[in-house]
Design a protein around this ligand. Structure first.
Ligand code: FMN
Length: 341
């Protein structure tokens, strides 16, 4: 296949991803598990809402809320518009933005403009674990340099690759590549999934090779098995994939599990985080931050103001949850009483 064809294929795939991710049938059929987490309602908050402060520090940088724009891809017609709107909003709202895979931009040599739109925001780079395994730390270094990234995110997506036609089947050596990346890259490395989750055994193996941050990206939100399945034409491949549509571990369980496993590990909640109350629940379960991808997609196609509005609604929902649990700040929210009937 020529590189032009390859580029067109990648860009068509990314465009399909955006269209399909907007359709509700590609959200997981089972919820992320947040509904089970019920705070005890505090009918005597003894606080003024104006004083409730949901700001936090993430990787030594101030964030107005423990909320991050999750990785969504560029590399297609709408990609630049989406990234511009997200980046401008991240800059204005002082929240971090994780980029989608930088693979296409790095392969085509296209400059990524995102730093221009968000000169002071925290930007997180992104490449796939199999690209890292194939091309080494040098690829991650170029990804960091191209956007002056504050941290690098490596995504693990073995199920998505299996369902995707011509997806990567060879996952040998990925952990070694991650270890090298952690040891030599020079910026923090965060390992994420894309909707099946990072479980206890994988978390331990990642910590053993020097990973200090994971984004759980559990089941309960966007289903990549479902999205990739909708893109395949062969009936045999579709039949195989059908058994795996609900594969994975739910997000709420993964957050509490990861926190129980290590008090030192940085934990980012993601996969089906859908409003500010879910962010509050994530913090209560032990997450340092929460990331949302799909809920930002529609606003990002509209304007940076639409993204800013979305962030403001999410932050206010979080602050209401804090108020209604009598929590002045995130530290207090971490120990807010839960109600078990
Ligand atoms: C349109 C779209 C594109 C995505 N592209 C990437 C990507 O390039 N790299 C990545 O690590 N995750 C990517 N993701 C996965 C998200 O970062 C996230 O892990 C997953 O969608 C679950 O979160 P959600 O339920 O909030 O959408 C993408 C998600 C969406 C919706």
């Amino acid at each position: 296949m020529t590189s032009t064809n390859n580029k067109t294929d990648i860009s068509q795939r990314k465009a399909d991803h955006i269209d399909l991710a907007l359709q509700p049938q590609h959200q997981a059929s089972e919820p992320a598990g947040f509904d089970r987490i019920r705070f005890e309602h505090n009918c005597l908050p003894e606080l003024h809402l104006d004083e409730v402060d949901c700001s936090t520090m993430f990787l030594n940088q101030y964030c107005s809320a423990p909320l991050m724009i999750g990785a969504m891809t560029g590399g297609c017609e709408h990609g630049e518009t989406i990234n511009r709107h997200l980046a401008e909003a991240a800059e204005q709202c002082q929240i971090p933005m994780a980029l989608g895979s930088q693979r296409a931009a790095l392969e085509s040599g296209l400059a990524q403009e995102v730093r221009k739109w968000a000169p002071t925001a925290m930007l997180l780079g992104n490449i796939g674990a199999t690209q890292l395994q194939q091309q080494g730390v040098e690829l991650a270094r170029r990804a960091v340099e191209s956007i002056a990234a504050n941290a690098m995110v490596i995504h693990l997506n073995p199920l998505q690759e299996l369902v995707q036609p011509h997806g990567d089947r060879d996952w040998r050596g990925v952990l070694d590549a991650i270890e090298q990346c952690c040891a030599t890259l020079g910026v923090p490395v965060i390992i994420k999934e894309v909707g099946s989750g990072i479980g206890p055994a994988a978390t331990q193996r990642l910590m053993d090779v020097g990973v200090s941050w994971i984004e759980v990206a559990g089941r309960g939100g966007t289903s990549w098995a479902s999205i990739e399945s909708a893109r395949i034409e062969e009936s045999r491949e579709q039949q195989i994939a059908a058994a795996f549509i609900d594969w994975g571990m739910n997000t709420a369980d993964l957050i509490s599990g990861a926190r129980a496993q290590s008090s030192q590990l940085g934990v980012i909640a993601s996969g089906g985080v859908r409003h500010g109350l879910d962010i509050a629940r994530s913090v209560r379960l032990g997450a340092n931050m929460a990331a949302m991808a799909q809920p930002f997609l529609q606003p990002a196609l509209t304007s940076s103001d639409a993204v800013i509005e979305k962030i403001s609604v999410l932050s206010e929902q979080l602050r209401w949850a804090m108020f209604l649990t009598g929590s002045n700040n995130l530290k207090q929210l971490q120990s807010a009483p839960l109600f078990e009937a």
